[in-house]
Write a protein that binds this ligand. Structure first.
Ligand SMILES: Cc1cc2nc3c(=O)[nH]c(=O)nc-3n(C[C@H](O)[C@H](O)[C@H](O)COP(=O)(O)O)c2cc1C
Length: 391
């Protein structure tokens, strides 16, 4: 079983992650993880913080001489801004009161509901943890999961398809792993992570216009997993269905408001005859499909096609344009003041989504294949693949 947790505040000392269940013998280094941390920090429309912080993951445990030992892996990412916050965010009692309490909840944030739920009069106790800074650690843990999956030729990728009104024009062939990989590769060259040059330019212009207007933008991205064998996940219980696990993983990313698997909402508008992915067979290759409207998941299990999930993100709730809210102490209305913030974080969210997809798929893969060492998992996987070809 693969389990993971994150801890840490946005302006605390740093972020902590613990991951348990990765077999022994996987080669992993801080450098591998930092590559993905860097990808999360890039993107047109990110705020000032991304310029001051260059994330680095320190491996604290579970790895010895470059290889996982099978023990829990723990990681630490320091918050570079910590020296400026060491009193305001101190764990020590003697610093109590060293920062003004935050009493003005921002619409669209966890601020008000969180303060009510946890009985806080200082909203900082909520916003520090609800901030998407936490996703840096998910990306770090996801990088380990990606490395694990890559040893079985399972690849995870993503690209942005919409920011505000600007969207890609290409009809994406989600049945083709080659096409999906090409789109993800093209997206790497774009600062909005969009595979089409024209749409990329329009997205950047839309972000610039929103920034000038003191506004923010959301968007939509696609995440895919290639090379997963049929049979990951299970139809037998609601909480073991892979579509459900994927949806929760995506939805758990701050500001994600909709998740679709394969053809998603569009499938509701089409007769069944036009969208089911018909089944074909070829000796040596086994069963296959020519279309992928189900996004590679049927009955909560992978069917051997690319797993394709789309997620939609709402606009960033912190705006330069003030929004109406009410102070929790005075009960007087005020207009929310601007803090350093992103104008659009859809490209970054797509990297977080890659990490979450990798963690979920690693979990169901390990559940199916088992193994305490990579060698054992490889053996099990090899025999399962042989079995599938003969099925
Ligand atoms: C990568 C990423 C970066 C984000 N950056 C900001 C930001 O700079 N300012 C902000 O107000 N919200 C930002 N958000 C969104 C908020 O974290 C999110 O809207 C808030 O925590 C409330 O959660 P909810 O939108 O899921 O209800 C970001 C989200 C992600 C995924």
């Amino acid at each position: 079983m693969l389990r993971f947790y994150t801890a840490g505040e946005s302006h605390g000392k740093g972020l902590v992650g613990i991951m348990e269940g990765i077999p022994s013998g996987l080669a992993i280094s801080s450098e591998d993880i930092d590559l993905d941390l860097k990808r999360r920090q890039q993107g047109h429309g990110r705020g000032g913080r991304m310029k001051i912080e260059s994330d680095h993951a320190e491996i604290i445990s579970g790895v010895r001489w470059g290889l996982t030992t099978g023990a829990p892996i723990s990681l630490f990412i320091e918050n570079r801004d910590w020296p400026n916050w060491s009193e305001a965010m101190s764990a020590q009692k003697n610093f109590t009161g060293s920062a003004q309490p935050v009493t003005r909840p921002r619409p669209g944030h966890a601020d008000l509901a969180g303060a009510q739920k946890f009985a806080h009069r200082d909203i900082r106790n909520i916003l520090e943890r609800s901030s998407a800074r936490e996703t840096a650690m998910r990306v770090a843990l996801g990088a380990v999961a990606k490395k694990f999956l890559a040893t079985f030729d399972i690849r995870v990728g993503s690209f942005v398809v919409r920011i505000g009104n600007a969207a890609v024009k290409t009809v994406i062939n989600t049945a083709s792993g080659t096409d999906l990989l090409k789109l993800a590769k093209n997206a790497q060259a774009s600062s909005v992570r969009c595979p089409e040059d024209n749409a990329s330019a329009q997205m950047m212009a839309a972000i610039d216009a929103a920034a000038r207007a003191g506004d923010t933008l959301g968007g939509r991205f696609t995440v895919f997993v290639l090379g997963a064998p049929a049979g990951l996940g299970s139809h037998t219980q609601w909480d073991r269905r892979l579509d459900g696990l994927m949806a929760q993983a995506m939805m758990s990313i701050q500001a994600i408001k909709a998740v679709e698997v394969g053809g998603g909402a569009g499938l509701a508008e089409t007769p069944g005859s036009g969208i089911m992915d018909e089944i074909f067979y070829k000796g040596g290759k086994g069963f296959f499909r020519k279309s992928n409207n189900m996004g590679g998941i049927e009955g909560g299990m992978t069917n051997g096609m690319p797993v394709v999930v789309h997620a939609s993100m709402k606009p960033i709730p912190t705006l330069k344009k003030p929004l109406r809210s009410v102070d929790i102490e005075t009960k007087k209305p005020f207009k929310a003041a601007y803090e350093r913030s992103d104008v659009c974080a859809v490209p970054a969210a797509s990297i977080v989504a890659e990490a979450m997809a990798a963690l979920v798929v690693s979990g169901v893969f390990l559940e199916k294949m088992g193994g305490d060492s990579l060698e054992e998992t490889r053996r099990n996987y090899g025999s399962y693949r042989e079995y599938l070809v003969q099925f």
